[in-house]
Ligand binder design. Structure first.
Ligand SMILES: Cc1cc2nc3c(=O)[nH]c(=O)nc-3n(C[C@H](O)[C@H](O)[C@H](O)COP(=O)(O)O)c2cc1C
Length: 314
């Protein structure tokens, strides 16, 4: 037994600073029914033999299946599989009702859609406090090179992006105004650079002036115009799975920004509205400062054009 007394909520927040991928781990239960859970604890262990691991909460319904199964499959999710992640993170009876899958080694379900898949034979099961650590020997695997993996960081779903430092080095070359330079003139590069430079200034400013994190700001920004929102709707709006969203909400309740309305909705408080409006005005001032560097009609046209492109892209 550990004697260290951490605040559990704060400790989880510290751990959430470590980004992971998202997997759905599957097996067949003793009756031959498919079982699956969303897990971000997956990691590689050894090349020879080829071992991977993940850990399962001892409170999970599917604990005994994974503790006793001879085979399991790790389905690494791609960026378009947020709803799959949420589905397998629920305690629903029939998580496979709307899933397209086939039987892999030992019958473990392998999803039709994936970024990568590892079919494993259980190699060892270790005690890990309130979790069991499951190590699998990879017997087969496949991956989809064109799929971008789904990322989970700070309780939110995300996608990976090129590091801005890398963009800066190409920007240094661009400064030499190389004639016909492809990257420096490409729309995706220009959009990403503008976004990264703008947000790198904005989020630290919001944190230092209003003591609100980026995750809390995403929620407050919605609630300023819509003072009561169901958690299930917010979850989709801000890309946080239910459990993580409730943790963010708990932090915001502690700060007096929101309150629970029943068990399934949040209501913004007077303080929350005040802070939300303050943040909006900081964000708008930053936007104006940036756009004021363009002639007014071009600044206006920029937003019109971007909205138009977004609509066309669907
Ligand atoms: C992004 C994400 C990552 C998760 N990672 C794990 C994990 O590594 N281990 C675990 O036991 N539960 C994890 N969970 C929670 C389980 O998916 C959730 O408790 C699920 O209800 C378990 O299913 P079961 O109770 O039917 O076994 C995660 C949930 C999410 C949304």
């Amino acid at each position: 037994m550990s004697t260290t007394q951490f605040d559990a909520k704060d400790f989880r927040r510290a751990l959430s600073q470590f980004p992971t991928g998202v997997t759905v781990i599957t097996a067949l239960d003793a009756e031959g029914n498919p079982v699956g859970v969303t897990a971000s604890s997956f990691n590689s262990v050894s090349m020879d033999p080829t071992l991977v691991l993940w850990s399962i909460d001892k409170g999970a319904h599917s604990l005994s299946t994974f503790e006793n199964t001879e085979h399991f499959a790790v389905n690494v999710l791609n960026r378009d599989q947020v709803s799959t992640s949420n589905n397998f993170a629920s305690r629903g009876e029939d998580k496979f009702a709307n899933a397209a899958y086939s039987a892999g080694l030992g019958g473990a379900p392998i999803l039709d859609d994936y970024a990568a898949q590892f079919e494993c034979k259980t190699w060892a099961v270790y005690e890990g406090g309130d979790h069991l650590i499951l190590v699998g020997e990879v017997l087969d695997y496949r991956y989809n090179d064109s799929a971008e993996p789904l990322v989970f960081a700070r309780g939110s779903y995300a996608i990976s992006a090129q590091h801005p430092e890398m963009a800066k080095s190409s920007a240094a070359c661009d400064a030499k105004a190389v004639e016909g330079d492809f990257v420096g003139d490409y729309l995706l590069y220009l959009l990403r650079e503008t976004y990264q430079r703008f947000s790198a200034d904005l989020y630290p400013k919001l944190k230092s002036e209003c003591d609100v994190t980026a995750e809390e700001w995403r929620i407050l920004a919605r609630m300023v115009t819509c003072p009561v929102i169901k958690l299930s709707d917010l979850s989709t709006m801000v890309m946080q799975p239910d459990v993580a969203l409730r943790e963010t909400a708990d932090w915001m309740v502690d700060k007096g920004l929101v309150m629970y309305q029943g068990d399934d909705a949040l209501k913004i408080t007077e303080k929350g509205s005040k802070v939300g409006l303050e943040m909006q005005s900081i964000a708008l001032a930053e936007e104006s400062a940036l756009l004021s560097q363009l002639p007014p009609e071009q600044a206006e046209q920029l937003k019109v054009n971007l909205k138009c492109l977004m609509e066309k892209l669907g």
